[in-house]
Design a protein around this ligand. Structure first.
Ligand code: PLP
Length: 385
């Protein structure tokens, strides 16, 4: 049996169209975009086209896009730009389910005198906007909330949260790394978002490239200092193949998004239905109503998620026991724990995340294999199920 890849929130395959677009920029058109001869300016012009394509996906202006190396760099840049720009404000608000790219950035700042508030979430992974209002103070510098959660797929009410931030004169950043390519995003309709992070490898672009949207007029300070690339906002010779690939991935996403959402949600819903019908004592984690179309996070009572993961792996099925970025740590997921899920239930959870390249046949195979493995593991258990 070949590989069945159901871990698209960890990373996605690079679309063939993207690879084809990138290849000549390694071998034939390898000029430095900063060079002033034609061989360089041609590369600069391709970078510019890619910037327009990324802006097109977000419905933003191309000048509002800064290319970075990944989602983590975009997140770090957003937070550190706020810190540098407004040193008098020392309070930062995040949610308790943010990705480590945000968590560990603000925890670093906490060691350096900043006060961090983590907005609580309920059992669906959702926060209360009234709670958000209550924890804002005159000291609050920035609110950073993810658009969609990487582990559960729960979608946050970003429009409302960003409006609250601006009503209180606070900057608003969203980590949209998991939202891009899975839901439409129109930044002309979300005028209170000041900064937004995205990452190429989460929507069929290459690894090693990301972008930060910074709305026109927002005070910005670079994280990387050096040459004047990216209009003095991010130093370092541009990753031209990566940027061109990101541009192509953005263009493809814009074209395919409607169909992708339709197709992928049918696959995910079929997987969910199959599991519900064939496997007892399961619990779906996260919101059912406000959820990414590709994500399904399930706890299997009495099962060790790691064992389940390993047995599926042996059958060529790739899933995650939490966020791939910190799998292997052994401790229960901070996301599920923040939702009030006990450590046993959290430890029995598996995340399935699908893409446009998955098929209904794969869904059927995974259901059958999963049923066999879960029943087998439960039979071996000393407990009754
Ligand atoms: N933010 C979220 C919500 C993510 O899921 C991830 C990666 O899993 C990141 C940020 C980090 O992105 P990157 O891997 O491009 O650094």
């Amino acid at each position: 049996m070949g590989t069945i890849y159901f871990d698209n929130n960890a990373t996605t395959c690079t679309a063939k169209e993207v690879v084809d677009k990138m290849l000549p920029f390694f071998s034939d058109f390898y000029g430095n975009p900063s060079s002033t001869y034609n061989f360089g300016t041609q590369a600069a012009s391709e970078v510019d086209k890619a910037r327009s394509r990324v802006a097109g996906l977000l419905n933003s202006e191309k000048e509002e896009i800064i290319f970075t190396s990944c989602g983590s760099e975009s997140d770090n840049t957003a937070i550190m730009s706020a810190v540098t720009g407004f040193p008098e404000k020392k309070h930062i608000i995040i949610s308790s389910v943010e990705h480590p790219a945000i968590r560990n950035t603000v925890f670093f700042l906490e060691k350096n005198g900043y006060r961090i508030s983590q907005l609580k979430v309920n059992e669906k992974g959702m926060f209360d906007t009234d709670e958000l209002k209550k924890i804002i103070t005159k000291e609050t510098l920035i609110i950073s909330l993810m658009w969609a959660n990487n582990e559960t797929g729960t979608i946050f009410p970003i429009k409302k949260a960003s409006e609250i931030a601006h009503k209180h004169g606070v900057l608003f950043h969203t980590d949209a790394v998991q939202a891009i390519g899975k839901m439409p995003i129109d930044l002309k309709l979300f005028k209170d978002i000041d900064m937004l992070s995205l990452s190429g490898h989460k929507f069929h672009g290459p690894k090693g490239i990301g972008a930060l949207f910074v709305r026109e007029g927002i005070k910005f300070s670079a994280l990387l200092h050096g040459g004047g690339q990216e209009n003095n906002r991010r130093a370092g010779t541009e990753n031209v193949p990566g940027i061109v690939g990101l541009g192509m991935a953005a263009q493809l996403t814009l074209k395919e998004l409607k169909n992708d959402i339709k197709k992928i949600s049918v696959l995910r819903d079929t997987l969910e239905k199959n599991i519900k019908e064939n496997i007892q004592r399961i619990k779906i984690n996260g919101s059912i109503t406000n959820r990414l179309p590709n994500t399904l996070n399930i706890s299997f009572k009495g099962i060790d998620g790691e064992a389940l993961h390993d047995m599926l792996n042996a059958k060529g099925i790739c899933v995650s026991t939490g966020s791939a970025c910190h799998s292997g740590e052994g401790s229960p997921s901070h996301v599920l724990t923040a939702m009030g899920i006990d450590s046993k239930t959290a430890g029995s959870s598996i995340r399935f995340s699908l893409s446009r390249y998955n098929t209904i046949k794969e869904v059927e195979t995974v259901t059958a294999q999963l049923q066999e493995v879960v029943l087998g593991l439960r039979k071996m258990s000393p407990f009754e199920f």
